[in-house]
Structure formats: structure tokens, C-alpha cells
Design a protein around this ligand. Structure first.
Ligand SMILES: NC(=O)c1ccc[n+]([C@@H]2O[C@H](COP(=O)([O-])OP(=O)(O)OC[C@H]3O[C@@H](n4cnc5c(N)ncnc54)[C@H](OP(=O)(O)O)[C@@H]3O)[C@@H](O)[C@H]2O)c1
Length: 245
């Protein structure tokens, strides 16, 4: 199957690409970002780096013919492009909203229109949001309220798009809490996450589990429409166990 990873240059994107290159169900990976997607350093033994095509775009509201060509025959897309809360503080709000919302919806439109040989199954669109994203504006959280409601609006728009796509798109929303890299996380960052997760009640999930869960939805089908952190830990953990067997 052909997988498109949008936002592949980022923290989660790189791990998704790393695992996808080792996954025999994935025959090609398009890493679409505003900068080059490198071949990950720590590839697993069975990985095939030649499966990766790094595609750089400079306009995510107006795809070039090259970008459009790379979307042809895609079976699934994992969408990781967004301005994260910490980076959003230093950007104008309309820019943050444009990257998080407009780029995602435009991406969905392009993917749903891209020619596909096999239309017997919808294209799976896995949107990565966050545990704090709130779909009901009346329940605006006290922390990062405007940001959380905006990300919740993206979730609702993605689900609505899929619902009205005439079976072209099947959507899944993943809502991880703080994502920790078990291998590389600094002591200070981990301690800060522990404190924050206690205060604002956001769980910690592991990078490996997040990527494994996203890939499982893309390659094996959507388990449920919305995946919370507990689902991500469960699915990611089960993938690790079966790999160790
Ligand atoms: N990290 C966490 O703990 C965490 C927790 C919960 C949810 N999430 C969600 O998971 C998703 C991925 O997060 P991440 O940690 O991988 O974030 P990240 O490292 O900042 O990566 C985000 C991706 O979006 C791209 N991007 C950002 N601004 C852009 C712009 N103006 N134009 C084009 N591309 C842009 C980045 O490109 P560059 O690489 O060029 O910057 C990168 O490819 C996000 O939706 C995030 O909210 C993350």
C-alpha cells in the first residue's frame, strides 16, 4: 500500500516514516513537508529506505503538479502537519489557524480528488490532533482555550468531510497526550511533562506507540473513529508485543 505522511519532517513524522520503511504492508512512503524528509538514522533491519520519496512543497493551499502526482494511488495518509502549542505562541493567530485548519482541509480535498486505481476501499485519513482539542466551543478549556477549540474544529471538519465524501475518505482522529521519546527524552523534559500531565490531566504516551498506532490504522483499517491516549498505548503496546514474539 502507498502511504502519504504529511508533516514527515517533524518529531512524530520521522518516527512514522522510520516504522513505515520497516513495515512490509507499506510498499511506498511519500514524505510531504516544507523541507526534505531525511532517511531515518536508526532503521530496523528489515527496512527498505528506497520506499521513501521525499517531496518538498512551498504552498500547502495550492499544490504543484509534482505534489499532486505523488498523491496518485495513495491508500492512506497520516496527517501530522500543524503548529504545536509551544510554537503557536510566537506566531500570528491567523497563521496558526491557516496551517492547522486550512492546510488540512485543502490536503483532504486534494487527496479525495487524486486518481486511484483501486477505489473499492476509501482512502484512510489519519489526523493527529491532541488530547486537549475540544470539539465543543462551549467547553473551551482554561488552558490554551482558543488553540484547543480550533484543533477541535479541525477534528470535526475532518470527520464531516469524510462523512460527506461519498465513501472516498475514511477518517480517524488520534488524540495523544504528551508524546515522550523513550529513547531520547531529557530528564528535565520528562520531569516537566510529569508535572504538567498531573496538573492539567493530560496523559503521557510514547512516540513508538503513537507511530505504531497511526500505522496500524493506515495499514489494517480504522479501529475506531477517535483514538484517545489509552487506545494509543494499548494498540502501540500490542504491536510491540507481536514484534517481539
Ligand atoms: N509532540 C507532542 O508531544 C504532541 C502531543 C500531542 C499531539 N501532537 C500533535 O502531533 C502532530 C505532530 O506533532 P510534532 O510533535 O511532530 O510537531 P513538529 O515536530 O512541530 O512537526 C510538525 C510538522 O508540521 C510542519 N509545519 C509546522 N509549521 C508549518 C508551516 N507553517 N508550514 C508547513 N509545515 C509546517 C513541520 O515542519 P518543519 O519540520 O519544517 O517545522 C513538521 O513537519 C501535531 O498535530 C501535534 O499537535 C504532538
Amino acid at each position: 500500500m502507498k502511504l502519504v505522511v504529511v508533516g514527515s519532517s517533524g518529531f512524530v513524522g520521522k518516527e512514522v516514516v522510520r516504522q513505515a520503511l520497516a513495515n512490509p504492508a507499506v510498499t511506498s512512503v511519500v514524505g510531504l513537508s516544507r523541507r526534505r524528509t531525511p532517511v531515518p538514522e536508526s532503521l530496523e533491519g528489515s527496512s527498505d529506505a528506497d520506499k521513501l520519496a521525499s517531496v518538498v512543497a512551498d504552498d500547502f493551499l495550492n499544490y504543484s503538479d509534482t505534489v499532486k502526482q505523488h498523491l496518485v494511488n495513495a491508500d492512506a495518509c497520516i496527517w501530522l502537519m500543524a503548529v504545536t502549542p509551544n510554537k503557536s505562541a510566537s506566531m500570528p493567530w491567523d497563521q496558526v489557524r491557516k496551517v492547522c485548519l486550512d492546510y488540512t482541509i485543502h490536503g483532504l480535498e486534494e487527496l479525495s480528488q487524486a486518481p486511484r486505481k483501486d477505489t473499492s476501499k476509501p482512502l484512510t485519513f489519519v489526523y493527529v490532533s491532541g488530547a486537549n482539542a475540544e470539539r465543543d466551543p462551549a467547553k473551551k478549556p482554561w488552558l490554551l482555550g482558543e488553540y484547543s477549540v480550533m484543533r477541535g474544529e479541525v477534528e470535526a471538519r475532518v470527520l464531516d468531510f469524510a462523512k460527506h465524501s461519498n465513501n472516498a475518505i475514511e477518517a480517524c482522529i488520534a488524540k495523544p497526550g504528551f508524546i515522550r521519546d523513550a529513547e531520547n527524552g531529557s530528564f528535565l523534559l520528562n520531569a516537566l511533562q510529569n508535572v504538567l500531565s498531573g496538573v492539567i490531566r493530560v496523559p503521557v504516551v510514547y512516540l513508538h506507540d503513537v507511530a505504531a498506532t497511526l500505522l496500524a490504522q493506515a495499514t489494517e483499517g480504522v479501529e475506531k473513529e477517535t483514538l484517545e491516549s489509552a487506545d494509543i498505548a494499548r494498540i502501540g503496546g500490542s504491536k510491540k508485543q507481536s514484534a517481539e514474539r
